[in-house]
Design a protein around this ligand. Sequence first.
Ligand SMILES: Cc1cc2nc3c(=O)[nH]c(=O)nc-3n(C[C@H](O)[C@H](O)[C@H](O)COP(=O)(O)OP(=O)(O)OC[C@H]3O[C@@H](n4cnc5c(N)ncnc54)[C@H](O)[C@@H]3O)c2cc1C
Ligand code: SF4
Length: 542
Amino acid sequence: MTGVRERNESAWLIPNDGTRTNHGLRRDMRRFDDTDEVDLVVVGCGAGGSVLTQRLARGGWTVVALDAGPFWDPDRDWVSDEAGSHRLYWTEPRVIDGADPVPLGSNNSGRGVGGSMVHYAGYTPRLHPSDFETYARDGVGADWPISYQDLKGYYAAIEEELPVAGEAWPWGDPHTYPQRPHPVGGNGEIFLRGARKAGITAKVGPVAIVNGRFGNRPHCIYRGFCLQGCKVNAKASPLITHIPDALAHGAEVRPDSMVTRIEVDERTGRATGVHYVRDGISRFQRARMVAVAGYSIETPRLLLNSASKRFPDGLCNDFDRVGRYLMVQGAPQTAGRFDAEVRMYKAPPPEVSSEQFYETDPARAYKRGFSIQTVSPLPITWAEHVAAQGHWGSKLREYMSDYVHWSCLGALCEFLPRADNRVTLADEKDRHGLPVARFSYSQGDNDKQLMKAAQQVMEDILHAAGADEVITINRYAHLVGGARMAADERHGVVDADCRTFAVPNLFITDGSVLPTQGSANPALTIMAVAARAADRLRGSKR
Ligand SMILES: Cc1cc2nc3c(=O)[nH]c(=O)nc-3n(C[C@H](O)[C@H](O)[C@H](O)COP(=O)(O)OP(=O)(O)OC[C@H]3O[C@@H](n4cnc5c(N)ncnc54)[C@H](O)[C@@H]3O)c2cc1C
Ligand code: SF4
């Protein structure tokens, strides 16, 4: 990993004195006035926004990154307690509908500096080369205006910065990881054993969890609270992997700042800055360029809420593309009971995965595929799993007291992009008086077939490992799309460099730009796309 520190010093900027936050760096960060016309204002400090901020601050740009949520301090704000962590979620109101509505809240998006990666599980697989051309290969989905090769170097760079631990990866474009695989707990052992017996290849990783010391970030302590915000700083999130370096290079991160509108000069057609609310006061940050990275729901919502005389149907929405092709992955979970104790909470939930069923299999009726991973829910999430099966009262108590005997796997099914799966504005308003997002979602036949196939494989694995009972629930994970990348403005909102077709100095650098999603967890791809966009921007004129 020679060279990581030279291009991103974040892990070395974290203190080495038992505390988790470099308070001096935050206190002394450069601050800009609203009236300063900075080179770039970034909306949202999550996976995409933080990487862009860090890269451009390093390139000497003046950057202000605004986030609607707080500047988290792991020592002060996070607790090793499942219920106590629910305030990490984005819980502002949203409306859902469609034939298969997607519940929003805990399992979808986060708020605050670090974004959803603060409480993401930590799996960081790459997309496969096929994901960039699903239409050309399989006649479904869409082709990206870039190929896997365009992202390959950025994948490798981000894997070093997080860093990622795992076995040599045989699927997609075979590659290795910078850190060796972690030892696995009870749930991981069951997956590996069951997969071996069922003739399925499974591998340890890939997870963005430190295996050994990395800079001043310590080794994982295997207590399993990754989805509650890792207090130890072993699990990667932009709060510790990119923001410290951004601050050290002169970026300002302004928390508790909800952006309400992007301003575009009607005369020049260029963005001039963003309106935002902080401490109840409406303010305006001037900027030469604007990048939006507010997550797949909030990014299209902000564009739609930025309608003007020039863009009466929403900013960049001349061709009715904003908010469309929003995707979720089908994420059924199958649990198996074993006589021996499993104690799935005694390890990070992300441990072992398989991408054997990722690609289109010509022998199957459906296109594309799914991946399988350990998920290891803590007790409250386990109770939700059991209750979703219809167990209640004394039966629920029985399952709960049997918790240590259960193992749990999850699948990620590649649901296909559909134009009608979209964000629009609802009549309801939020506390700032802004229309909230309405998210309509319906599954297609291919999606439903994938869910069934994935369930079957998970049940086979758990039975092969010796489970005497298996139960499955259907759920969703990971929203991407809604402002997708395309070859032209009739098919998408941004070009290959994440620049909007309609406004030349407005960029979108979060998961919204993904045209397809594969069955890989999205964070690494979002960071790689943002890193590429930053490189392209650095090469262009400010
Ligand atoms: C429970 C859970 C588990 C997950 N597990 C995994 C996993 O194992 N692997 C994986 O790859 N992915 C996982 N994900 C998904 C992953 O975290 C997200 O896909 C990724 O973080 C999205 O990146 P983003 O940049 O699009 O948005 P985010 O990272 O969500 O960042 C958006 C930021 O924008 C801010 N914001 C939004 N609107 C505004 C506004 N108007 N003004 C100012 N700020 C605003 C938000 O506060 C937030 O901080 C998981 C997600 C969750 C919720
Ligand atoms: S298991 Fe490891 S990565 Fe997960 S919260 Fe604990 S220390 Fe962090």
